[in-house]
Structure formats: C-alpha cells, structure tokens
Ligand binder design. Sequence first.
Ligand code: AMP
Ligand code: ZN
Length: 136
Amino acid sequence: MRDENCIFCKIANGEIPSRTLYEDDDFRVILDLNPVTKGHALILPKDHYKNLYELDDSIAVKALPLAKKMAAVMTDQLGCDGFNLIQNNNEVAGQTVFHFHIHLIPRYNDDKQQLVMKPCGMTAEDLDAVREQIVD
Ligand code: AMP
Ligand code: ZN
C-alpha cells in the first residue's frame, strides 16, 4: 500500500535517496533533512499510513521495538545524554508530512534545544471531567 504522491513512500522504498541508518522489510530509518539535534532521525514504515489512527497493528507492534533498538545504537555511537521520541498526528499537532513517522531525537546536555510542553492549566475538577469524558 503506497501513495504515489507521498515523498516518504518514495524515500522509504528507495526511489528517492536518503541517508539510511537502518532498513528491513517493513521500515527504513533515515536522517532527518532538517535535524533539531545531531542524529535526528525518522522511522518510516515502507507502506503508507497517514498517521497513528491509520497505522496497521502489525506495523505498530514492530515500531516501538525498532525505536528502542535505534535509541540504544544511536546513544552508543553518538554519545548522547538522553533521547526524545516524538510522533505527530494531523496539522494541529505539528504533522507536516502525512505518512506516519516517529522522530528519534538524541539529546545532549549542551544542545540548547527546547522541545517545549507547557501545562494548559487544568483544575482537579477539570481533570475529573476529562477522565469521565474519555472513559465513559
Ligand atoms: P512532522 O512535522 O512530524 O510531519 O515531521 C516531518 C519531518 O520530516 C521534519 O522534521 C522534516 O525536517 C522532515 N523531512 C521532510 N522532508 C524530508 C526529506 N525529504 N528527507 C528527510 N527528512 C525530511
Ligand atoms: Zn507515504
């Protein structure tokens, strides 16, 4: 299942060259073209899934073990001090390429990068209401 108009389909399947770190039957891992830190990489499934909502379970179960493996190798090789996994879905969440991908972002004590999550200010009552909305 590939989308002819999708650049990540072309990269994942080798039609467009990339700086590949790893490849298997299901995934290609490439260096991000505009890295936020040294070693910033992307896990791309070879099949086209627009986002997490559409991701097939058979691929989903392989994605986190691969992220774990890449984090270990990259931490060893790059000597980073920590690691972020980021995965954006839909424009409002910062997705710009609509082919599911996971960002692998090595972090360094001196990287001066800010991947900010700031609290939106919810009361305990707000949290109770949110929980009910999700669980009910
Ligand atoms: P997102 O905002 O989560 O959709 O992330 C898209 C990422 O893809 C960004 O970090 C871009 O820098 C990266 N990107 C876009 N085009 C390419 C490309 N041709 N090769 C490598 N990375 C790319
Ligand atoms: Zn695609």
